[in-house]
Structure formats: C-alpha cells, structure tokens
Design a protein around this ligand. Structure first.
Ligand code: PGA
Length: 240
C-alpha cells in the first residue's frame, strides 16, 4: 500500500533564523502517524534544519541536486554531498528549475539517476503550462516528462512523482480534485500502482482534504502554505 506523503518546498525564502524556527515548529507539530512528512529548505540551511528535525518524523529534502558526481561544476551540489548531510528526498525538475534555469527532460532524468544511485528518493516534478492545457496537450506533456526517466533501471516505485500544473503554482488557482485525479490516473498507468504520486500547486489547508481524498493522489508538494507550520501541519493531517 502507498503511504501518504507531504513535502514542503520552502524555495528561496526565509533567513537562517526564521528557517530554524520554522523547522522547530514543524517538528513540534502534532502530525498524524499515517503521513510521511519532509521539508526542503534552501540548500545553505540544510544542516541547521537537520539539527532541528533530528529524531522526529520530519524528513529532510532539498530542492535540487547536480546530475554530476564531482568535478568542475561551480556552485553545484552532488547527490553524495546530500546523503552526507542526512538528506533523504530531492526534488528533480521542479517547474521553476525547468522554466528559469533551462533544465531539460534529459538533464532532469540524469538528476533522477544520480539521486537513485546515491540512495536518495527523487521527487520527479511534472506538469503542463496554461498554454499547453489550453491546447489540449496536458497528457502528452506529462507523458514526455515521465518517459524521459522510464528507460532508467528500477526507477519506480523508488522515485516519487509530483504532478504540479505550472498554472497552479503560486497563483492561488488549484486544479479541481477531478482535474488532478484524471492526470494522476494517467500517470499511474505509466509508473505503476506502488509509486507515490503527489499533487502540487496552491494546496492549502482548505483544499487539501478534497484533493487527498482522490484515489490516485497520495499527498502533496506544498510551496507557500509550507512556510507556516500550522497550515503545513493541517495539510499533512488532511491525508486519508
Ligand atoms: P505553491 O507551490 O504551493 O506555492 O503553489 C508549489 C510548488 O511549487 O511546489
């Protein structure tokens, strides 16, 4: 059976002090035994956050990694460097990385491969833009993004998928539970029944329950609402 999972993506927000406080508050929250939880702080705050969540049920993730093992890649962080810091999850191909930093399907697949080789759990982010949805290309885009990793060995269920319609990220527009479920069901046909598939895009405490009640939505990837421990905990506890 697939365990429900909720991951907070803090993006490039907060200060060292405020993120320590946030981590402390998340760790002290009353979180349901049914849900797996992780937070992805800014890279420089990973060790400080790790200190705060040590020994609790809150796992540690990062927002990206390098696809390379080591070498002359100024500014990059390898998968092994992440495992050394106690990181378990790593987002691969978040839409902001694809759109703002030019990450390609091939590069995202290489990141998934590097993460798996180091024993990390990659969270492969996929999703269509507004224009792609309007053009009726949603499923074709999702399929292309997932096919890029399907050739890798043993990629699912070790990899988590996060379906995040780009038009719903940080916009306050959420896919309806039915719209999301339709895409999740399609993703399920590609990645199999054991793979956790998360929904992301303007998830809040007020809409999480409805989304998480859908048969193929196994939890969420939470941006803005993860910056407040109370709302993040409420979202975590909204899982089935
Ligand atoms: P949002 O972000 O919840 O603020 O829409 C989700 C994400 O980017 O992962």
């Amino acid at each position: 059976m697939r365990a429900p999972l909720v991951i907070g993506n803090w993006k490039m927000n907060g200060s060292l002090a405020s993120n320590i406080e946030l981590a402390k508050a998340v760790a002290a929250s009353n979180l349901s035994d049914n849900v797996q939880v992780a937070v992805c702080p800014p890279m420089l705050h990973v060790s400080a956050v790790a200190e705060q969540i040590k020994g609790t049920k809150v796992g540690l993730g990062t927002q990206t990694l390098s696809e390379h093992d080591n070498g002359a890649y100024t500014g990059e962080i390898s998968a092994n460097m992440l495992t050394e810091m106690g990181v378990s999850y790593v987002l691969c191909g978040h839409s902001e990385r694809r759109a703002l930093f030019g990450e390609t399907d091939k590069q995202v697949a290489d990141k998934v491969k590097a993460a798996l080789a180091a024993g990390l759990t990659p969270v492969l982010c996929v999703g269509e833009t507004d224009a792609e949805r309007e053009a009726g290309e949603t499923l074709a885009v999702i399929e292309r993004q997932i096919r890029a990793v399907l050739d890798l060995q043993d990629v699912f269920p070790a990899t988590v998928v996060a379906y995040e319609p780009v038009w719903a990220i940080g916009t306050g527009k959420t896919a309806t539970a039915e719209q999301a479920q339709a895409v999740h069901l399609f993703i399920r046909t590609l990645v199999g029944s054991e793979t956790q598939i998360l929904y992301g895009g303007s998830v809040k405490a007020t809409n999480a329950g409805e989304l998480f009640a859908m048969a193929d939505i196994d939890g969420g990837l939470i941006g803005g609402a993860a910056l407040d421990a109370t709302s993040f905990a409420a979202i975590c506890n909204a899982v089935r």
